[in-house]
Design a protein around this ligand. Structure first.
Ligand SMILES: [Zn+2]
Length: 259
């Protein structure tokens, strides 16, 4: 079924197709992820060229099909997220968020909640909230879309909610200190990392301005998230590899006296 339509959407990625054309993947609010074909996009002054830049939200107008390739004709209300387009770090965090969104659901699946959640993450970054923290919150919460449900609420053995916790795959969730001995293969994570991952699992982006993390806490969170993703999700996105490399440069670039 083909139909002419318009929908709000955000660019997931685009790639050249032959000399003058492009394939553009857009996460649309009304029809899920859709692959569009745009003809003659490399022509100078094509009004679509700004609308298909990475980190842009707009109303896209075209021939929207429920299966196969859709055709993109024009766009309006184009809203670029400038900071994400210009800052190499935010660009990397945002790219990983979009990569996860792209991997988490099938094409043409209507998912306005994920649309809103992704959009809000990118917008908060663009407004100046800490990019790494936003990305981490996104990573924890989007695990559900991959069908992974973990118990971050309370110890899987005794139900305790306060204290130091570790993560256990055996219990698919957290274990309190008293029950660490029940799982030899528990993560041995930094309890601060578990503390923040528990918070990230239920926090909304509105509340994050109050979260201010030290570099070593961020590092511990990163390590635990990597362990979780390796075990439960098993994705190896290029954008994530880039973030890993970036944190190595950051270490080199940072002044040595920082404690
Ligand atoms: Zn316990």
């Amino acid at each position: 079924m083909a139909q002419i339509g318009e929908t709000k959407g955000m660019i997931l990625f685009s790639r050249d197709y032959k000399e003058k054309d492009k394939l553009i993947k857009i996460f649309t609010e009304s029809a899920g992820k859709v692959m569009f074909f745009a003809k003659g996009i490399h022509r100078p002054n094509n009004p679509l060229s700004t609308a298909i830049q990475p980190f842009t939200e707009a109303v896209y107008i075209g021939n929207l099909k429920t299966d196969g390739l859709s055709f993109l004709n024009s766009a309006k209300d184009v809203q670029p997220l400038r900071k994400l387009q210009e800052d190499i770090f935010l660009n990397a965090y945002g790219s990983y968020i979009l990569g996860l969104t792209d991997a988490a659901i099938e094409d043409h699946v209507y998912d306005p909640a994920l649309y809103g959640f992704t959009r809000e993450a990118l917008q908060r970054m663009n407004e100046g909230a800490d990019g790494e923290t936003i990305m981490n919150i996104f990573e924890v919460q989007i695990m559900q879309r991959f069908g992974i449900s973990l118990n971050w609420q309370a110890c899987g053995v005794c139900g305790k909610k306060i204290g130091a916790f570790d993560f256990s795959s055996k219990y698919n969730g957290i274990l309190c200190e008293e029950h660490w001995h029940l799982d030899q293969h528990r993560y041995h994570a930094d309890p601060r990392a578990i503390y923040f991952l528990r918070m990230f699992n239920s926090v909304t982006y509105e509340n994050i301005n109050t979260i201010n993390l030290k570099p070593e806490t961020k590092k511990a969170i990163r390590q635990t998230l990597d362990q979780l993703y390796e075990e439960y999700i098993g994705l190896h996105l290029k954008s994530k590899k880039f973030i890993d490399q970036m944190s190595e440069w950051q270490d080199v670039l940072k002044p040595r006296d920082e404690k």
